[in-house]
Design a protein around this ligand. Structure first.
Ligand code: FAD
Length: 559
């Protein structure tokens, strides 16, 4: 037993019955059918904190203490009594256990291996719902309490610190943050680890490893995010990108019995994961944050058995032999009979300080009815000289007090359709600012002021404007495909009926049938979501394409 034990209490005790439910005898009997009974002695450690691929226990006699090592000693998270069970989301993904389990008194458990638990959640819907809810609520509590195996030391004014915090948060990994700008006692800690200011941010991983300004890949590796995933065997389908499209494809593929591996550069959720509130996604009338949606989708995919490799980028597709091979930045690679490309697109972002800080609170990348309501009666800025910017300016001018169309080029004729230029010229609510660029974004919780500069005269001006629409175009993430599939002029992937005879002839399309809907010029390789030419850049359409693609994957696998 440690010298110091703190007790972590639930933030919302009203949720205790869902977070730590007590199973009925009938439910325990069903679980016991998948595992084995075993006795334990007082003080016996059933799960070491930090161990990976740990078993699952249901207590049938005695009790277990769920504990977490802390800098001061140990925190008691909860006591599992008869009818209660161990585990949280890392149990499903096979990642390292954040919480250990130790016997407080002699007793008995039903023990299931992780594989046995996965089989149970896929076949028993009542228990699946109960476990999933408890695991997710437990993780939410750990995050809220900062009870985890990672401490980040950094400054909120340091881009590296923000990157690391975003990586951990978007991967739903609980961590403690020590703000070096505020915490005056931290110097002793820094000295203990011989940390110089240039090493910031520092990540102390699992209490032992000190990572100095680490890459996301180094953090994922230290935390063992991908340790339980066998990357060597050939998959039915490999999905590149875990945005809404890739996650939807993973859920449908895994739930339909396919062996699925997803490869993701950063964190589940893609662009949608950076949205503070998605209000137009079906079934969420009060909106849902992109991160919450991504977290749920990720857990859903894992529940069905899909495996998601985090912090790994596809750098190459070997397309001249089958099974296809996807080269990755850690050189391990992935082999698969079919491939789904769901790498999305990154919106072009002007290099202006604070842009990301105000995303969703004054900076927008879409001008729909929803955004128009947000800025009704106010002045807005639209940045960009293409058709999307022109459409947005004309649309927003219906409800905004004034629309400032800001363009770096001296005119619009090179980049915008004539009909849109005429509408802009004739609309008294639109002011056109050629040869102008945004240079400053200021405010508190919301954008409040914008500075722009006339590139010809160098004169700058600051206006009290709270809404800026960035319509500078999107860049598809297709550079890694290097000629394997046909692309349109802007680099988006052409699929199905959009592929011309010339495209197919050039790609040496080998089959008698034409490409399926969403199939690229390479048989058995599909493209979905924002990366696909002509797709509607929305969460719902990305999810829809992800689900549709799987029916064609089945057909391609049968060929
Ligand atoms: C701030 C913001 C707010 C938005 N709000 C809304 C909204 O309210 N409603 C709405 O309908 N739409 C919204 N959108 C648009 C919506 O998010 C996108 O249409 C949607 O996310 C597209 O999904 P996707 O899976 O096709 O691509 P993405 O979301 O772009 O996901 C692609 C994923 O692939 C990964 N990836 C890229 N390259 C590689 C590689 N080489 N190897 C491995 N992984 C790779 C990326 O890291 C990313 O996670 C918003 C977009 C943004 C940026």
């Amino acid at each position: 037993m440690p010298d110091t034990m703190t007790i972590v209490t639930l933030r919302e005790p009203s949720r205790a019955p869902q977070t730590f439910p007590t199973l009925t005898p009938a439910q325990i009997a069903r679980i016991a059918g998948h595992g084995r009974k075993r006795r334990f002695e007082r003080g016996e450690v059933l799960i070491e904190p930090g161990a990976h691929v740990v078993p699952f226990f249901v207590v049938t006699a005695g009790s277990l203490q769920a504990v977490q090592p802390t800098r001061e000693g140990e925190a008691l998270i909860t006591i599992h009594r008869p009818g209660q069970f161990t585990g949280e989301v890392n149990l499903l993904s096979g990642r390292r256990a954040l919480v250990g389990e130790r016997a407080a008194e002699p007793g008995e458990v039903v023990e299931l291996t992780r594989e046995q638990l996965l089989t149970l959640v896929q076949t028993d819907s009542e228990l699946s719902e109960l476990f999933m809810r408890a695991f997710i609520l437990r993780r939410v509590e750990l995050i809220a309490r900062g009870v985890g195996d990672v401490v980040v030391l950094g400054s909120m004014h340091c881009a590296g610190t923000l990157r690391v915090k975003e990586f951990l948060s978007r991967n739903g990994h609980p961590h403690q943050f020590i703000d070096l700008d505020r915490d005056t006692d931290v110097q002793a800690l820094l000295d203990r680890f011989h940390i110089a200011p240039t090493d910031i941010p520092v990540v102390i991983c699992r209490g032992d490893f000190v990572l100095r300004n680490p890459t996301n890949q180094q953090i994922a590796s230290c935390l063992g995010f991908n340790d339980a995933i066998d990357q060597a065997h050939i998959r039915d389908v490999a999905i590149v990108g875990a945005g809404p499209a890739g996650l939807a494809a993973a859920v449908y593929a895994a739930s339909e019995g396919l062996d699925v591996l997803v490869v993701e550069t950063n964190a589940p959720g893609g662009q949608a994961g950076s949205s503070s509130k998605i209000e137009n996604y079906l079934g969420f009338p009060t909106g849902i944050s992109g991160q919450a949606l991504a977290g749920r989708a990720f857990n859903q995919a894992e529940k069905f058995g899909a495996q998601v490799v985090i912090a790994k980028s596809a750098t190459r597709l070997d397309c001249d032999k089958k099974p296809y091979a996807i080269g990755t930045d850690d050189s391990l690679g992935v082999a698969a009979r079919t491939v789904i490309i769901a790498t999305g697109a990154a919106y072009r972002k002007p290099a202006v300080e604070n842009l990301e800080r105000f995303e969703g609170t004054g900076i927008y990348y879409a001008a729909t009815f929803m955004e128009a309501q947000l800025c009704r009666g106010e002045e807005v800025i639209v940045v960009g000289g293409g058709n999307s910017a022109g459409q947005a300016a004309v649309f927003l001018a219906q409800t905004a007090k004034r629309v400032h169309l800001v363009v770096r080029a001296p005119g619009l004729s090179e980049t915008m359709s004539r009909y849109l230029i005429l509408r802009i010229e004739q609309n008294p609510a639109i002011s056109f600012h050629p040869s102008t660029e945004i240079v400053a974004l200021e405010g508190g919780d919301h954008l409040e002021r914008v500075g722009w500069r006339d590139k010809k005269t160098g004169a700058t001006e600051t206006r009290d404007i709270r809404h800026v629409f960035i319509m500078a175009g999107a860049v598809p993430s297709t550079e890694w495909l290097r000629g394997c599939v046909a692309l349109d002029a802007k680099g988006f992937i052409k699929t199905g009926p959009d592929l011309t005879h010339e495209d197919l002839a050039h790609a040496k399309w080998p089959l008698a049938r034409p490409p399926y809907l969403l199939e690229t010029s390479l048989p058995g390789v599909f493209a979905i979501g924002d990366v696909r030419a002509g797709s509607i850049k929305r969460v719902a359409s990305a999810v829809g394409e992800g689900s549709i693609s799987i029916s064609f994957v089945h057909r391609a696998l049968r060929e």
